[in-house]
Design a protein around this ligand. Structure first.
Ligand code: FES
Ligand SMILES: [Fe+2]
Length: 428
């Protein structure tokens, strides 16, 4: 059946065709229209502090090496040999002077330039090695240590792309004088789901909490979220949900990091450290953001941040019905080791491949993909209309703001997604 993208998402994005998740033609358009034109998260500077450090990354299905060169600059190169296309780096992370292809042993510097071709010794006509480096990612920029790449050489500057999301990200990042640190290599696992489902979930869906995660999130907790919760869209596809705690809230309730493991995160040293962070929060991020207690954030198209359990996650597509999910535990860079360990335990108890909340979410996403793939349901679009038109500007918070039950975060995501795919479809 032929279709056009504008038939899949209606004007106000309250009705969304199941094909958006399941159709292979949609997926091919997404590769060019979304992943070829957006800023995509590659890694964090704390993962590659020294010259020669590297980590693997992906931009959609394209494997990328993110490395720090001898010059201290950050380089992103496609992990595919210029000779016959093999990956030149197989390690997840490490430190090296050269990436050496296993097939004919061409070697590349960490900045992606070609260093040696063993076979050229016996040849009279030497190839021009300066033209045979790894494919570069044309744009690489970082903000607050987060490194992004884009295949679009003309894309707007990263700071402009993030826009007002910086205000909300800084409510977390700027709490800590030394910034944050990504701990080790990410967890990675594969889920039978479309890449947009985890993204949508973490862009603002806190409404499933007391149902899907009933064992952990009581009705009482949810009522507090409904009472204090704010859902924000700073630009279509970007969003944040958080609670704005009342000014007279005791520090234990407002402080970030106190929700782990039944409110018993770590021992006295951890508690003291978290209290100290909260005591300085107003000074560091201002009184309004000191009262913010973050839940979930989303950066278009596929980066998520779960503030409550300090997980950064990227949803890497592997076809319409498969996603390779990457997830990092993130901790304050200057924290004592006991604090970092407690936060990592808190992260992995709930998120990552063994996390109890992650297991429940993953099952829901797989089931949704099945629901999006049922024959004879082409004319039975999914409903995205909850809270239509209730969002509004706020006197102090940037973006459009509403209650958490309003699904405007998802409508905005799909409206942007539709328009970007349509531009590719129409050859713009
Ligand atoms: S394929 Fe890499 S050296 Fe030949
Ligand atoms: Fe969930």
């Amino acid at each position: 059946m032929q279709f056009s993208v504008r038939d899949l998402v209606n004007e106000d994005a309250t009705r969304i065709s199941r094909r958006c998740w399941s159709d292979p033609r949609v997926y091919e358009l997404e590769k060019r229209g979304i992943f070829g034109r957006s800023w995509l998260f590659l890694g964090h500077e704390s993962q590659i502090p020294r010259a020669g450090d590297f980590v693997q990354a992906y931009m959609c299905e394209t494997p990328v090496i993110l490395a720090r060169g001898e010059d201290g600059a950050i380089h992103a190169s496609v992990n595919s040999c210029t000779h016959r296309g093999l990956p030149v780096c197989r390690a997840d992370h490490g430190n090296t002077k050269r990436f050496v292809c296993p097939y004919h042993s061409w070697s590349y510097r960490v900045d992606g330039s070609l260093a040696t071709i063993p076979q050229e010794n016996t040849l009279r006509n030497k190839p021009d090695k300066s033209a045979l480096g790894l494919q570069r990612v044309p744009r690489v920029e970082s903000w607050r240590g987060m490194i992004f790449g884009s295949f679009d050489p003309d894309i707007v500057a990263l700071e402009d792309y993030l826009g007002d999301m910086r205000f909300y990200l800084d409510a977390f990042f700027q709490r800590f004088p030394e910034g944050v640190e990504f701990l080790g290599a990410p967890h990675r696992w594969v889920i039978d789901a479309n890449w947009k489902l985890p993204v949508e979930n973490q862009l603002g869906d806190v409404n499933h909490g007391p149902f899907l995660h009933a064992a952990l999130i009581s009705r009482e907790i949810q009522e507090r979220i409904e009472e204090l919760g704010h859902s924000v869209v700073t630009a279509p596809g970007h969003g944040a949900t958080f609670r704005l705690m009342p000014e007279d809230t005791p520090w234990q309730e407002v402080a970030w990091g106190m929700e782990g493991l039944g409110g018993q995160l770590g021992g006295q040293e951890v508690q003291d450290w978290l209290r100290e962070v909260q005591a300085r929060a107003a000074q560091r991020v201002g009184p309004l953001r000191a009262r913010m207690k973050g839940l979930t954030y989303g950066i278009y198209p596929n980066l998520s941040f779960l503030w409550s359990n300090t997980a950064f996650k990227v949803s890497h597509p592997r076809g319409p019905g498969r996603v390779e999910y990457w997830s990092w535990a993130v901790v304050p860079a200057g924290a004592p080791d006991t604090v970092k360990r407690a936060l990592r335990t808190n992260y992995s108890s709930f998120f990552g491949p063994g996390g109890i909340i992650e297991q429940e979410d993953s099952e829901a996403w797989s089931q949704q993909y099945r629901g999006a793939s049922i024959d004879f349901t082409d004319d039975h679009a999914l409903y995205y209309g909850l809270g239509l038109g209730e969002e509004a500007p706020h006197p102090e918070l940037p973006g459009l703001v509403s209650v958490t039950a309003n699904e405007f975060y998802a409508r905005n995501f799909f409206a942007r997604w539709r328009d970007e795919l349509q531009a590719v479809e129409e050859g713009a």
